[in-house]
Design a protein around this ligand. Structure first.
Ligand SMILES: Cc1ncc(COP(=O)(O)O)c(C=O)c1O
Length: 456
């Protein structure tokens, strides 16, 4: 009998609840602080930006939160997503390890991002929001919110980081197809964007700047709210459908992961695949190693400081304790735009501090090399962000080969790279450089972190 390649769930087996890791943590994460008072923020502080239902999810400690039926109905357009056994990659590597990957590129936007765009649009529409503003780095999140906004009758305005806007013109066309408006950030549409452009007219942009622009506009109008594609607790919560499905699928394969690998930008797809397994371990189940893979050019988990910082560059957001490179740090313009963020999700950062996860960083050429091998074995061309997870999984498989261990490796293939072919072309032409950040700029950004006294 041949070993199956795909593990598929029926629509009726799709999770009915998201998993909230806050219920199982051995220690609560540090509170989110108001930057003026340095006191913990309350729901009312966040109300100008988010609908109350999402704010309540942000602070919830309930283990399971029901996925509303209208959201499940839309999820059914692409969920449950497939779990694959990477037989050909295993063979090419000559590893005794079993490699499984969950493929989120089957969504309409081509990545995991609609898993949270749809519920965010749903709760906003329910609360009477008419317009959403947001940032996008890779274009994947902007596409996802444009799609979700259209389904719920919301106007969507996307600030796309300049470098990504220039690298991927067809992402903007997809957003416009879904009825959204997409501007390059920094833009002349906001006061903050104009300020940044006045200082540096050719600024490549960053997620921190694009977030500031989107927040600035949302705070100005009653009918407008802001939607974030990563980092926040409720975003990570929505992504747990990935790991919950993977648990069922691995059981079908009679397997359980020894190692879980995910790419980390703000931490949402990583949390999506890993948190349900970490929660299972915290409740007494088997404990896998969990590896976050980040870009060497923007290494918040491996080089950042665990400190209170702003989520955006203009300092319009509350302060969260996270691994950060400093909110004024501009990462060099490498091709995994979704990973060019100065901070890391507070929950992911907290797990790192608790020793429940590990982190490694790789350069972009290392990741593209891994992605090309993967494409040639498995057929799917990964997004540059997803190449980080592929690289991490391959490194684990090669370690298994050296050690003669047949471990089970699970990774999240968070998106396809069909809009990223210019980056692949550069890689094949030998023009892709390993961008490095400016150590002086990093030191300055870290020196400028807000001073927040440690609680006694
Ligand atoms: C395909 C893909 N993977 C990963 C990321 C990084 O975000 P996160 O760490 O929240 O999953 C992005 C962000 O835009 C993305 O587009």
């Amino acid at each position: 009998m041949t070993t199956p390649t795909k593990f598929l769930l029926q629509e009726s087996q799709m999770p009915k609840y998201w998993y909230n890791i806050a219920a199982d943590l051995p220690k609560a994460p540090p509170p989110v602080l108001h930057p003026g008072t340095l006191q913990p923020v309350g729901p009312d502080d966040l109300a100008p930006l988010f609908p109350m239902e999402l704010i309540l999810q942000e602070v919830s400690t309930e283990r399971e939160i029901e996925i509303p039926e209208p959201v499940r109905e839309i999820y059914r357009l692409w969920r449950p997503s497939p779990l694959f056994r990477a037989h050909r990659l295993e063979k090419a590597l000559g590893t005794p390890a079993k490699i499984f990957y969950k493929y989120e590129g089957v969504s309409p936007a081509g990545s995991h991002k609609p898993n949270t765009a749809v519920p965010q649009a749903f709760y906003n529409a329910q609360a009477g929001t008419k317009r959403l503003t947001t940032e996008t780095g890779a274009g994947q999140w902007g596409t996802s919110l444009s799609f979700a906004g259209q389904l719920f009758g919301l106007e969507v305005l996307v600030f796309q980081v300049r470098v990504s806007y220039d690298q991927k013109p067809y992402r903007r066309a997809v957003m416009e197809t879904y009825g959204a408006r997409c501007l390059p950030s920094p833009s002349t549409e906001t006061e903050y964007g104009r300020r940044v452009l006045a200082q540096r007219p050719d600024h490549p942009g960053s997620l921190g700047i694009a977030i500031s622009e989107a927040v600035e506009l949302a705070a100005q109008r009653e009918d407008t709210k802001y939607a974030l594609g990563s980092v926040l607790n409720h975003v990570l919560l929505h992504q747990t459908v990935i790991g919950l499905e993977a648990m069922e699928q691995l059981q079908m394969a009679d397997a359980w992961p020894d190692v879980i690998v995910g790419a980390t930008g703000g931490g949402s797809n990583f949390a999506g695949i890993a948190f349900p397994f970490i929660g299972h371990a915290l409740r007494g189940g088997a404990r896998p190693r969990v590896v976050a893979v980040e870009p060497a050019a923007c290494p918040s988990l491996t080089r950042g400081k665990y400190a209170y910082d702003f989520g955006d560059t203009a300092h319009l957001t509350p302060l969260t304790k996270m691994h950060t490179l400093g909110s004024t740090f501009t990462p060099p313009p490498f091709h995994a735009g979704g990973l060019r963020y100065h901070g890391m999700a507070p929950l992911v950062s907290h797990l790192k501090e608790l020793g429940l996860i590990e982190a490694v960083a790789y350069t972009q050429t290392q990741c593209f090399e891994a992605g090309v091998l993967f494409a040639r074995c498995e057929g799917i061309v990964p997004a540059p962000e997803a190449n980080h997870a592929v690289k991490g999984a391959i490194e684990e498989a090669l370690r298994c080969k050296r050690e003669g261990r047949s471990e089970t490796i699970l990774f999240n293939l968070c998106g396809h790279g069909h809009f990223d072919m210019a980056a692949y072309q550069k890689y094949f032409a030998g023009e892709l450089k390993d961008e490095t950040y400016d150590e002086r700029e990093l030191a300055m950004a870290l020196a400028g972190l807000p001073s927040v006294p440690e609680p006694v």
